[in-house]
Each structure stands twice: as structure tokens, then as C-alpha cells.
Design a protein around this ligand. Structure first.
Ligand code: ADP
Ligand code: MG
Length: 247
């Protein structure tokens, strides 16, 4: 297929501003299908804003372009198509508290794809088993630990069979003893060839799992490279300073 070499996500000149305050100063980034990209950098550097622009949870400058699987990300009809292809996992899980775990996972395929309840439930239970919480399926989110809730959120994102999964600090709200179980699920997913963009402070995970690590600072993509390049021989002083502070 000739399309195989085209990037799945293409970001060109991405500018995002709040009035006079510019948050992203022109980001260029291509992400290939199957690639696992970890985004690191200090708080306030624009990491969340960058990934939220990919599915247009944040509006951005009309001069900027983002395409996902060839579809231009912009307000309008095509946005639903982009969002159906882009799964998102947030720091704070964002599960529906009044719905059972299995219903949470069934909802989007039924609403957006028109999947039958029976098929959506079969798939949801399969996904919950895949993230290791099959036995929690009929409970409510509030009855689960944070780590279990985040695994539900991952199953929910996977239920739409997205082309790419975006993670915004998925383990930052978790008690330390639950971080590992969520990272294990993400590591396992990465091994299945799912395209992933992961904003994270888990440097061990980034080093081990990422194909490419991106360091952001002050709304700019300062450098990108393999985990070895970024962690062992960063080119920029800002990257070295950040890594000294967090490692
Ligand atoms: P990170 O995820 O790297 O911590 P963010 O993308 O959340 O950074 O934020 C980048 C910058 O944008 C920060 O300086 C933040 O204060 C600013 N910002 C985020 N949301 C808003 C908003 N709604 N209004 C004004 N500034 C914002
Ligand atoms: Mg953030």
C-alpha cells in the first residue's frame, strides 16, 4: 500500500494562543502508524494542549494544520470522524459514575457506531478481561480503585477501535501502588501495534516503551529522538536541566 509511509498524524505549524498568551509556538510533528511517542517536559510547557489539539478538544490557530489519517482536524462534520478514530485517556479517568463499568465501555460504540447492545457488551467484557478487570464489569466506577478505574478508561477508549490513543498523564492521579498496573496495561498495548501518544512523567516507562521521546518546553518542541538519544545524550541544555531535575 502506498499510504503505508504517510504519517497517521501530521501536525504543521501548530499555534495555540489564549488572547495575548501563546501556549504553542508552532509545533511540527509527524507520528507514524504503530508508533509510541512519549511527550515529556515541565509543567505548563504545553503537553496537554498539544495532545488535546489532535482531537480538537482545544481550538487552535486556523493557519495551523493537523491531519489524522488524512482527515483535516477542524470544526465541522469531519470532526466526529476524527474523534471516532482518536481515543483519549485522561488523568482523572472521566468515567460516568452512574453507569456500571461494562455500560461505560459499551456506550460509545452503541451511540457513535450503532453497534447492537449485545455485540457492544460482548466486546466490552472482552476488553475488560484484556485490561485485567473482567470481574469488575458489573460494579460502578466508585467501587473500583483508581488503578482499576483507569483501566476501565483504557478499555472504554479501545472499544471504539481507535487508530490512535492519546494519554494525558494517565498515572498522575493514582496512588503509587497503582501506577504499575496501569503502566503494565499500556506497555502491553504498545506491544500490539496501537499508535500511542503518551504525556507522562514516568521516565522509566518512556525509556522502555517509547519509540520516540519528545521534550517540550515553553510551548516549543525542543528536541525529539529515541529514548537513548533523549535520556542518555540530550542535545539541549533545557532537556539536560529537566532530566537532572526529574531523574
Ligand atoms: P502541560 O500539560 O505541559 O502542563 P498545558 O498544556 O496544560 O501544559 O498548559 C500550557 C500553558 O497554557 C500553561 O502556561 C497554562 O497556564 C496555559 N493554559 C492552559 N489552559 C489555559 C486557559 N484556559 N487559559 C489561559 N491559559 C491556559
Ligand atoms: Mg498537562
Amino acid at each position: 500500500m502506498t499510504t503505508q509511509t504517510a504519517p497517521l498524524i501530521s501536525i504543521r505549524g501548530l499555534v495555540k494562543a489564549y488572547d495575548a498568551f501563546t501556549v504553542l509556538h508552532g509545533i511540527d510533528l509527524d507520528i507514524a502508524e504503530g508508533e509510541v511517542v512519549c511527550v515529556i517536559g515541565p509543567s505548563g510547557s504545553g503537553k496537554s494542549t498539544l495532545i488535546r489539539c489532535i482531537n480538537h478538544l482545544e481550538a487552535f490557530s486556523p493557519d495551523s494544520t493537523i491531519t489524522v489519517d488524512g482527515i483535516r482536524v477542524e470544526p465541522g462534520k469531519a470532526l466526529a470522524q476524527v474523534r471516532a478514530e482518536v481515543g483519549m485517556v485522561f488523568q482523572s479517568f472521566n468515567l460516568f459514575p452512574h453507569m456500571s463499568v461494562v455500560r461505560n465501555v459499551m456506550l460509545a460504540p452503541m451511540r457513535v457506531r450503532g453497534t447492537s447492545a449485545a455485540e457492544a457488551e460482548r466486546k466490552a467484557r472482552e476488553l475488560l478481561a484484556r485490561v485485567g478487570i473482567a470481574e469488575q464489569a458489573d460494579k460502578f466506577p466508585g467501587q473500583l480503585s483508581g488503578g482499576q478505574q483507569q483501566r476501565v478508561a483504557i478499555a472504554r477508549a479501545l472499544a471504539m477501535e481507535p487508530k490512535v490513543l492519546l494519554f494525558d498523564e494517565p498515572t498522575s492521579a493514582l496512588d503509587p501502588e497503582m501506577v504499575g498496573e496501569v503502566l503494565d496495561v499500556m506497555r502491553q498495548l504498545a506491544g500490539t501495534g496501537v499508535t500511542m501518544v503518551v504525556v507522562t512523567h514516568e521516565m522509566g516507562f518512556a525509556r522502555q516503551v517509547a519509540d520516540r521521546v519528545i521534550f517540550m518546553d515553553g510551548g516549543r518542541l525542543v528536541e525529539a529522538g529515541t529514548p537513548q538519544e533523549i535520556f542518555d545524550r540530550p542535545s539541549h541544555e533545557r532537556t539536560r536541566g529537566f532530566l537532572r531535575a526529574v531523574l
